[in-house]
Design a protein around this ligand. Structure first.
Ligand SMILES: *[C@@H]1O[C@H](CO)[C@@H](O)[C@H](O)[C@H]1NC(C)=O
Ligand SMILES: *[C@@H]1O[C@H](CO)[C@@H](O)[C@H](O)[C@H]1NC(C)=O
Ligand SMILES: *[C@@H]1O[C@H](CO)[C@@H](O)[C@H](O)[C@H]1NC(C)=O
Ligand SMILES: *[C@@H]1O[C@H](CO)[C@@H](O)[C@H](O)[C@H]1NC(C)=O
Ligand SMILES: *[C@@H]1O[C@H](CO)[C@@H](O)[C@H](O)[C@H]1NC(C)=O
Ligand SMILES: *[C@@H]1O[C@H](CO)[C@@H](O)[C@H](O)[C@H]1NC(C)=O
Length: 357
């Protein structure tokens, strides 16, 4: 009695029972044909015609599937493929996990029963059958993501944080729990289910972490009368902040004469096309979203010496230019290569000194 584990994907399975000759004695061997992998597992058949065979049968556990040409089971997926003197094979179509188990080929020769057994192992590629949907939660909340996968063998499930920054594995099983989530933990999470049958399957879940606005950029600007002046207010927030500008306690309406407010998801600018005396002062930028609001004071102040300031700026730009030009770059390269040369030179000198002794 043989016990040969074999593997088969969910597809048709052909069970061959083949006649062979070994040391003069008649034996029957089995072979499994697995589609679409099309692997015929050893031992390979050596077919000879044998007249002594009187009865053949294929059994699933102790149930007879086929005896000779007679079908004993009701399962329509089981069909007889060949029944000759050398080969007796049946096919199981649409192999299912329930078909896993021992199959026996029974041969009666000259009243000597012989059996050959094959153990069928059904493999199933991994499949994610349940996964959490995208979530949007507030900073500090607890979240739990679930990813349920099926397959044979049972797939290994992992969670990874993949963007914006690839943090890597965050869980080695189907559940991912995050206590008191931070804004840095927002992004895409990927669930991967893998077994050795097929390529791992992956699914993504987007986690949005909401937090109130935080003003990161609010600097005052000095502008001379008659020039263009711009105040900028930058805020990070999820959802993106709404901006409002105030002067003292008065709200500025967009497109007020001589000025313009431009709002972007993460910043707002207030532009004065032609700054006059009464524009100078203390402005307040208010950033708000559904979780809260914050404000920052930004001064628009006067600069008295417009010409010297512009001159100074011009000087600065001309002074900067050579460093940005190709000449400066090659100078830096030369410097580094020289330094690298010194590092190489040092061990050579030491070596020379040592060789002298
Ligand atoms: C083999 O037997 C098992 C258990 O009775 C059954 O679930 C399965 O469908 C059978 N398979 C075939 C191909 O007869
Ligand atoms: C998060 O989980 C911890 C531990 O289970 C619990 O103490 C805390 O109250 C939870 N926080 C929220 C916001 O549910
Ligand atoms: C700016 O405003 C002043 C006073 O109203 C005016 O004289 C000047 O021409 C304006 N400059 C520009 C560039 O519009
Ligand atoms: C601008 O106004 C805010 C309040 O509106 C105040 O806290 C801040 O001190 C003021 N800044 C200056 C320079 O006056
Ligand atoms: C700015 O914030 C302060 C403190 O939270 C608040 O008292 C003030 O009213 C705010 N100003 C505006 C214009 O919202
Ligand atoms: C080093 O600088 C000289 C001029 O100072 C230049 O001719 C040469 O190409 C530079 N070499 C490198 C490697 O940049």
């Amino acid at each position: 009695m043989n016990f040969h584990p074999s593997l088969c994907l969910l597809t048709s399975l052909v069970l061959f029972c083949l006649a062979g000759e070994e040391f003069g004695d008649h034996i029957w061997e089995w072979v499994i044909l697995c589609l679409p992998c099309l692997t015929i597992l050893p031992p390979f058949p050596r077919c000879t015609v044998d007249n002594r065979v009187t009865r053949v049968a294929w059994l699933n556990r102790s149930t007879i599937l086929y005896a000779g040409n007679d079908k004993w089971c009701l399962d329509p997926r089981v069909v007889l493929l060949t029944n000759t003197q050398t080969q007796y094979s049946i096919e199981i179509q649409n192999v299912d996990v329930y078909d896993e188990g021992p199959y026996t080929c029974s041969v009666q020769t000259d009243n000597h029963p012989k059996t050959s057994r094959v153990h069928l192992i059904v493999q199933v590629p991994p499949k994610i059958i349940e996964i959490s949907s995208d979530v949007s939660i507030n900073e500090g909340s607890n979240i739990s993501l679930t990813c349920i996968a099926t397959g044979r063998p049972e797939p290994a499930v992992t969670w990874r944080h993949i963007s914006p920054k690839a943090v890597g594995f965050v869980s080695e099983d189907e559940y991912l729990e995050i206590m008191g989530i931070t804004r840095e933990q927002a992004g895409d999470y990927e669930c991967s289910a893998s077994n050795d049958v097929a390529a791992p399957v992956v699914r993504r879940v987007k986690v949005t972490v909401n937090y109130p606005p935080f003003i990161s950029d609010a600097k005052g600007t000095g502008v001379p009368v008659g020039q263009k002046g711009t105040l900028q207010c930058g805020a990070s927030a999820v959802p993106a902040a709404q901006f409002q500008w105030f002067k003292d306690d008065k709200k500025l309406v967009e497109d007020q004469k001589g000025m313009k407010v431009e709002n972007r998801p993460f910043f707002s600018t207030l532009t004065f096309f032609n700054v006059s005396e009464h524009d100078y002062g203390n402005y307040t930028c208010v950033a708000s979203n559904k979780l809260g609001h914050t404000n920052a004071s930004i001064m628009l102040f006067e600069i008295n010496e417009p010409t010297s300031s512009t001159l100074f700026q011009e000087e600065k730009t001309t002074a900067m230019t050579p460093w940005k030009g190709p000449g400066a770059v090659s100078e830096v390269n030369n410097g580094t290569s020289r330094r690298a040369g010194c590092i190489w030179l040092l061990p050579l000198l030491v070596l020379q000194l040592l060789l002298k002794f």
